[in-house]
Design a protein around this ligand. Structure first.
Ligand SMILES: [Zn+2]
Length: 396
């Protein structure tokens, strides 16, 4: 297929390119060449006055949570078969807004692996999935109901090895409590430095990144100390507010650790958890401080955990959150494409529009480098060269 549009944003540079045609073969970008170099008889799909962007990548979702006000109740009510069908719809909802890759950081029964392979084998056009399986947690710890409870250092080692054997793409551990599970407060640590050290060693031995869920300041410090690849949330919850140690903020900024800020929300919707509502301004303030200090920040959503975080929330993080911490429009787009691909360890095959990469493409009306809101105006989505949403206009 030959695909063109008025503008092309490769994700490698901040400028838009014009008059180029993507040659797509076997799901990959085989060539990018000037339109004028093609024979007049060539059949080109021209999307017209749109911009082709790399497909978006959300590095933190939960396909198993239904984005209702009580996702745990829904999860308990569903058997695995029903759950898998619901996850498939959630993935399609994400794809429809241009999210061509989802990193799922916590499922039940390894169902995301089933869904990943279902899409990958070509049974249905669906987003790429990078999956952790059930997150590793303590007895009755955060999200214990997903099935990843373990005891101590040996339990962590065994759990990581089990996930590696299952074929996961990333290891997820819950270093602190969270808002969803009343048994452990978000500010409290549940896995310490010894357990996290084993998790990082075992994950890296298998060539996988370690993503650490950490709200409390101690859990953030521990994740940083052991060399976690990403810290998810990084909110610095204390018992009654937010308390970020300036030294730790400095160290985070100087480290190579990715801070995954689960900040994409649907505008106007408030967090369902009062503890989060009351701390939000202080959390966002720390995020801006981290960005200004040079931290490796990625915008993600934690999609599924509440009504303000449906599985298609990520584009709102691009238009609202990323500019609020100081990113330019081009930087914001690159953050959830090229950089997010690097965070997932899949930058060699997606995240930019370059020869040899998968043809994961989001076509939006207008020019999002001038006006970011354009990314909400989806004209077409392609995943590995297959169209997911009908184009608004095609001509040859
Ligand atoms: Zn999460």
């Amino acid at each position: 297929m030959l695909l063109t549009a008025q503008r092309l944003f490769t994700g490698r540079m901040s400028e838009l390119l014009e008059d180029l045609v993507l040659e797509i073969e076997d799901g990959r970008i085989a060539n990018i060449r000037p339109r004028g170099s093609l024979p007049l008889s060539a059949e080109v799909v021209d999307l017209g006055d749109v911009t082709l962007l790399p497909g978006l990548i959300d590095v933190h979702q939960h396909l198993a949570f239904d984005a209702s006000s009580d996702p745990v109740a829904q999860l308990d009510a569903d058997d695995d078969h029903t759950l898998l069908l619901r996850m498939r719809l959630a993935a399609q909802r994400a794809l429809a807004v241009g999210i061509t890759t989802i990193r799922d950081l916590g499922d039940r029964s390894y169902l995301t692996l089933t869904l990943r392979d279902w899409f990958l084998e070509g049974n249905e056009v669906g987003p790429g999935i990078v999956a952790s399986g059930p997150p590793i947690t303590t007895r009755c710890g955060h999200c214990w109901f997903l099935g990843g409870e373990i005891d101590g250092v040996d339990g962590v080692r065994q759990a990581v090895r089990e996930r590696v054997a299952r074929g996961v793409d990333v290891i997820k551990v819950m270093a602190s409590g969270g808002n969803m599970t009343p048994t452990v407060g978000p500010h409290e640590s549940q896995l310490g430095r010894a357990e996290l050290t084993v998790a990082v060693e075992e994950a890296h031995a298998a060539g996988l990144p370690l993503a650490v869920h950490a709200h409390g300041g101690q859990a953030v410090a521990d994740a940083l100390a052991v060399g976690a690849d990403s810290i998810e949330h990084c909110t610095f919850f204390s018992a009654d507010g937010v308390d970020a140690d300036p030294d730790i903020l400095q160290q985070l900024a100087a480290s190579g650790c990715v801070i995954s800020m689960t900040a994409a929300v649907v505008p106007g919707a408030t967090p369902i958890y009062p503890a989060m509502r009351q701390r939000l301004a202080a959390i966002l303030d720390n995020h801006a401080t981290l960005y200004r200090a040079g931290a490796r920040i990625v915008c993600s959503s934690d999609a599924g955990v509440g009504p303000n975080k449906p599985h298609n929330a990520l584009p709102h993080g691009v238009t609202t959150f990323l500019p609020s911490i100081g990113m330019t429009n081009a930087e914001a787009i690159t953050n959830v494409t090229a950089f997010a691909a690097a965070v997932c360890g899949i930058a060699e095959r997606t995240g930019t529009l370059e020869v040899g990469k998968d043809a994961d493409i989001l076509a939006v009306a207008g020019n999002p480098v001038d006006d970011l809101a354009a990314i909400h105006d989806v004209a077409a989505v392609f995943v590995r060269g297959q169209q997911a949403v009908p184009a608004t206009s095609t001509a040859s």
